[in-house]
Design a protein around this ligand. Structure first.
Ligand code: FES
Ligand code: FES
Length: 206
């Protein structure tokens, strides 16, 4: 999962801001970094509106070139999506993990303009008609949360893992969460949740 996050980072926020800073000094010209980086001649000058799919729904939001996806989700949408948490804000804890085109990414390290035309999924979009997913049920059943700040990140990391491989082993689920930190130390519970998810989904497949 961390690989997905690293892969997605293509242009990291740090690299982008560094570059943006240098061009800003030269006249506030910031090269657009839309998902496909299709047209190097296009620029973003101040706020711009991006369109993307959020939990299956077409969504528009106005952001600045420096706005992170995490900030856009939590603070810029008409209906804020606050499941992804801001904890470290530097890509080291995984509390802000969301799925971008089904790959886990740290929303705090992803520029909002990069998701234009793409699909973002958050914890808010997982349950259907109030029915929790197997991952959510397992974490709840194993009491895998204390303060809850890390929980959405673990949920999304495990979700990506089982969507990629419904027969994922408990070990694979644990490895999928290697970019997620829990300061409350609920790891034994989360690991039991991983075992439960693996067991239940494997039984379903049989
Ligand atoms: S808040 Fe994004 S990785 Fe910690
Ligand atoms: S439950 Fe508190 S950080 Fe994980």
């Amino acid at each position: 999962m961390a690989e997905g996050r690293e892969r997605d980072a293509g242009l990291s926020r740090r690299a982008f801001l560094k570059g943006a800073g240098s061009v800003a000094a030269g006249g506030a010209l910031i090269q657009e970094v839309a998902a496909e980086a299709a047209s190097p001649s296009r620029t973003i000058d101040g706020a711009t509106t991006i369109e993307f799919t959020l939990n299956g729904a077409k969504t528009e939001v106005e952001v600045e070139p420096r706005t992170t996806l995490l900030s856009a989700l939590r603070s810029h949408l008409a209906i804020p999506h606050t499941a992804a948490k801001e904890v470290c804000d530097q890509g080291s804890c995984g509390a802000c993990t969301v799925l971008l085109d089904d790959e886990p990414v740290c929303a705090c390290m992803t520029l909002a303009v990069l998701v234009h035309g793409r699909a973002v999924r958050t914890v808010e979009g997982l349950a259907v008609n109030g029915e929790l997913t197997p991952v959510q049920r397992a974490i709840a059943a194993e009491d895998g949360t204390m303060c809850g700040f890390c929980t959405p990140g673990f949920v999304m990391s495990m979700t990506a893992c089982v969507e990629r491989n419904p027969a994922a082993s408990a070990q694979e689920l644990r490895e999928a969460c290697r970019g997620n930190l829990c300061r409350c130390g609920t790891y034994p519970h989360l690991f039991r949740a991983a075992e439960r998810v693996s067991r239940e989904l494997t039984e379903e497949i049989r």
